[in-house]
Ligand binder design. Structure first.
Ligand SMILES: C[S@@+](CC[C@H](N)C(=O)[O-])C[C@H]1O[C@@H](n2cnc3c(N)ncnc32)[C@H](O)[C@@H]1O
Length: 193
């Protein structure tokens, strides 16, 4: 399994803790600092988990992985889509799709910030960045564009849910330009159709 934009790597560590073979878990993030912070936080530098840097916009975002085969049955991607505009998310979706193996059950799953009313919102201290928050329909639309552009079909499941309470308590620290009364997550899974 690949966790793309794994950040501190807590999700892979949870899987390893729960019994998944750590040698089969790979984390990629553009920030070496966050990868290092994860090792420092969890005090497990000798873990069998693999963490390497990689940038979604690079020609080969997985080039630092120490293996010839660069495809995965499961690609996890959480709290990443929502950092980007709709058009950038199309590119991300196509790139993640390219990481999937030929296994007919191969899937991409994760969550992204959701809104009842999907749209592009200003983010950052002054609202200078643009980020697209999804509802179920807009996320399906995203994969419909991927289908049109790549001649592939996708089975998309998504559900918009209230975020865990902790996220509402920290929402003031975030700078979405809309007043978010209640933080929502769009949980998704995407399989080849
Ligand atoms: C909000 S964090 C989410 C981290 C983790 N998935 C989680 O759920 O805790 C977004 C992550 O995306 C990474 N990131 C940002 N731009 C990236 C890029 N162009 N390529 C790869 N990773 C990127 C950041 O370093 C950060 O770790």
């Amino acid at each position: 399994m690949l966790d793309f934009a794994c950040g501190l790597g807590q999700d892979l560590r949870k899987l390893a803790y729960d019994g998944v073979n750590a040698k089969k878990l790979y984390g990629v993030d553009s920030s070496q600092g966050l990868i290092d912070a994860g090792s420092y936080l969890f005090q497990d530098r000798t873990t069998d988990l693999t963490f390497v840097t990689g940038n979604i916009w690079a020609d080969d975002p997985l080039k630092n992985l120490p293996m010839g085969e660069k495809t995965f049955d499961i690609v996890h991607c959480s709290a990443f889509f929502h950092v980007f505009s709709f058009d950038q998310q199309i590119r991300i979706a196509k790139t993640l799709a390219g990481f999937l193996s030929e296994n007919s059950n191969a899937l991409i799953f994760g969550w992204t910030t959701g809104m009842m009313e999907a749209g592009e919102y200003g983010v950052g201290r002054n609202g200078e960045g643009r980020a697209y928050a999804h509802n179920v329909q807009s996320f399906q639309n995203l994969w419909e564009v991927v289908r049109e552009q790549t001649q592939t079909t996708w089975h998309v499941e998504a559900v918009l849910q209230k975020a865990p309470e902790i996220f509402n308590r920290i929402s003031n620290m975030e700078a979405w330009e809309v007043d978010v009364p209640e933080r929502m997550f769009l949980h998704f899974s995407v399989r080849k159709g």
